[in-house]
Design a protein around this ligand. Structure first.
Ligand SMILES: [Zn+2]
Length: 503
C-alpha cells in the first residue's frame, strides 16, 4: 500500500522532528484499517439474501420488480451518505427499455410418425430440454424443422444459410455465432453484424419462418429480438438429438464442416415440432442505471472520476423458472456496495471523484452501459478508468485485467493484495482489439474509447448455473466477495489520492 507505507515512512521522519504530527498520521492509518476490517462476509451474505429475494423476481430490466431492486440499492447508497449522480438530482439514470414477460413455460413437442402413419408426441421439460424464448412472440407453431446452420445471409461474404431453402411457415433451427471464429482478427469485423442473436431472429423472420429453435444452450436468453409472430425457444441436447436421429448427420460435425469450408449445410429435417409460448410484450418499458458518487476533495483532481460498475439486472422469471442472478451479477453489485459503504462511512479523504454505476438492461443487450457511454455523467477525457465487475464472487483467487492504455493501474490492485489481502492474484492486460459481439459492459466502454479494467475471481468452487434457476444466493462464496470489496476499497484510496496516476 503506497499511502500506508508512505504514512509509515513519514511517521518515522515526523516522529523524530515533530512528535505532535505522529498522532494525526497514525490516526489516518488506523482509520483506513478500521474501515477495511468493517467489510465482512456476514454483511455481504445478508445483502445477497436481500437482493435475491422473491419480491425482486429475478430483476428483469423493465419490470417493476427490477425497479424495486434499484430502489433498494439507491436506499443503501443514501443511507451511507453517497450522493445521487443520476437524472435531476436522483440516483437513477433512465432510458427506454421495452421488455417481454414470459407468462408460463410453454411447450416443446416432437411429432413422431410411425410407418403405419400413426403419430406419437414426445414432450420435453424445461429447463433441461428447452428454455422458453425470453423475447418470443405469443402463440403456437407446429411445422417442419429446417436446419439452417448459423442462420446467416451475408451476400458480400458469399455466404447464405438460406440459399435454395424454403423456410416459409417452417421452424428454423440454428446455432449461435458465425463460421468465422477469430474475434481478435480484424477480418472478424466483416462478420460481426451477423453474430448477434437479434440479427438471427430478424433474418429468420425476413425469410418467412414462423418459429425458431436456437441451439444456444437451454438457458435463459433475453438478448434476442422480439418479433410479434415469431415463436422462439432455446433447445437443449435431448430434442436436438431427437431431431437428428436417423438422419445420418449431427449438428457438431455439420458445424465443423461449415467452419472449414464456409459453405452452408442447410436441409429440411422432415421432423415436425410444436413450439408454444405465452408471453406479454411491454413496448412502453423504461428502466434505469443506479448511480451514486463520492465527490473528490481536491479542487482540481475532483474533476477526474474513477468509475466502478456492474449490472444489477438479471434474466428474471420465465413462467416459474426463476433466476435470482446471485452470481450473475448480484455478486458484482454487492462487492461494489460493500466497498462503497466502507469508503463513504470512513470519511477518508479522496482527491478524485468515485462513481458507482449499477447498470440496468445488460442482459437484454448491454443497454445500460450503451446509454451511459452516450450520456456520460463525467466527460470521457476526465474518466480515469471504467472498472467492470460481472460474476465476481466464486472461488479462492482474485484477478484484475486492464486495457492496454491503462495497464499500469493494475499495480494499485496488486500492491493492495500483496500488502493486506494475500490471495493468489492474476494480473493481465487484454491484448489487441476485439471485433466480436460485445458480451460485457466493459467492452461497451472499451469500444467507446474509455480506459477499462475488470476485476474477477478465479478457481471457482461452486457450480455455475449460467442463466439457470440454480443461480441464486447460494451460488457465491461470500469470503472471496469480502476480499474483492477490500481490494476495491484499498486500491481506490490509492487511485483517488495519487498525485499523478501511473497508467
Ligand atoms: Zn452478467
Amino acid at each position: 500500500m503506497r499511502t500506508l507505507s508512505i504514512i509509515r515512512t513519514l511517521t518515522l521522519i515526523l516522529t523524530l522532528a515533530f512528535p505532535s504530527v505522529l498522532h494525526a498520521q497514525q490516526a489516518d492509518e488506523q482509520l483506513i484499517l478500521k474501515h477495511f476490517h468493517s467489510i465482512s462476509s456476514e454483511e455481504i451474505s445478508g445483502w445477497m439474501t436481500e437482493i435475491c429475494a422473491p419480491e425482486f423476481n429475478g430483476r428483469l430490466a423493465g419490470t417493476p420488480e427490477y425497479l424495486a431492486s434499484a430502489d433498494w440499492v439507491a436506499g443503501k447508497l443514501k443511507e451511507w451518505g453517497i450522493k445521487p449522480a443520476g437524472d435531476n438530482g436522483s440516483y437513477f439514470q433512465w432510458f427506454d427499455h421495452p421488455y417481454t414477460v414470459v407468462n408460463d413455460i410453454g411447450a416443446l413437442r416432437l411429432h413422431i410418425t410411425h410407418k403405419d402413419g400413426s403419430v406419437i408426441i414426445k414432450s420435453y421439460s424445461a429447463p433441461e430440454g428447452y428454455y422458453p424464448g425470453m423475447n418470443s412472440g405469443n402463440g403456437e407453431v407446429t411445422a417442419e424443422v429446417v436446419y439452417v446452420g448459423y442462420g446467416v445471409t451475408a451476400p458480400e461474404l458469399n455466404y447464405d444459410d438460406y440459399k435454395g431453402i424454403d423456410v416459409r411457415g417452417k421452424i428454423v433451427m440454428m446455432n449461435r455465432d458465425v463460421p468465422y471464429k477469430d474475434v481478435r482478427n480484424p477480418e472478424y469485423a466483416k462478420w460481426v453484424r451477423y453474430c448477434y442473436h437479434q440479427y438471427k431472429v430478424e433474418n429468420a423472420a425476413a425469410h418467412g419462418a414462423a418459429g425458431m429453435l436456437y441451439i444456444d444452450g437451454n438457458s435463459a436468453n433475453p438478448n434476442i429480438s422480439y418479433i410479434e409472430n415469431m415463436i422462439v425457444c432455446g433447445i437443449g441436447p435431448e430434442p436436438l438429438a431427437d431431431i437428428f436421429a436417423g438422419l445420418g448427420k449431427e449438428n457438431k460435425s455439420l458445424i465443423e464442416q461449415i467452419d472449414k469450408s464456409f459453405k452452408p449445410a442447410s436441409f429440411a429435417t422432415g421432423k415436425t415440432m410444436t413450439i408454444k409460448a405465452s408471453t406479454t410484450r411491454h413496448p412502453e418499458g423504461r428502466t434505469c442505471n443506479v448511480v451514486g458518487m463520492i465527490e473528490g476533495t481536491d479542487p482540481l483532481l475532483k474533476e477526474e472520476v474513477i468509475i466502478i460498475g456492474g449490472h444489477l439486472d438479471a434474466v428474471g422469471n420465465a413462467g416459474g423458472l426463476l433466476v435470482d442472478g446471485g452470481f450473475d451479477n448480484a455478486s458484482g453489485v454487492i462487492d461494489i456496495m460493500a466497498a462503497a459503504r466502507a469508503l463513504a462511512e470512513s470519511g477518508i479523504r479522496m482527491k478524485r471523484t468515485v462513481l458507482f454505476l449499477l447498470i440496468g438492461g445488460e442482459e437484454v443487450g448491454l443497454l445500460g452501459s450503451k446509454y451511459y457511454t452516450r450520456n456520460p455523467i463525467f466527460p470521457k477525457e476526465k474518466t480515469v478508468t471504467y472498472i467492470n465487475l460481472d460474476m465476481v464472487g466464486n472461488g479462492t483467487g482474485l484477478g484484475v485485467s486492464a486495457s492496454a492504455n491503462c495497464e499500469g493501474l493494475t499495480g494499485y490492485f496488486k500492491t493492495a493484495n500483496d500488502s493486506y489481502i494475500h490471495r493468489p492474484m492474476r494480473v493481465s492486460t487484454s491484448g489487441g482489439l476485439f471485433y466480436g459481439r460485445p458480451r460485457s459492459d466493459g467492452l461497451v466502454f472499451l469500444a467507446d474509447g474509455f480506459r477499462t479494467m475488470s476485476i474477477y475471481t478465479t478457481d471457482g468452487v461452486k457450480p455455475v448455473y449460467y442463466h439457470l434457476p440454480g443461480d441464486d444466493e447460494t451460488a457465491v462464496t461470500p469470503e472471496i466477495m469480502e476480499d474483492v470489496a477490500k481490494l476495491i476499497y484499498l486500491s481506490f484510496i490509492e487511485l483517488a489520492n495519487a498525485d499523478t496516476l501511473n497508467y
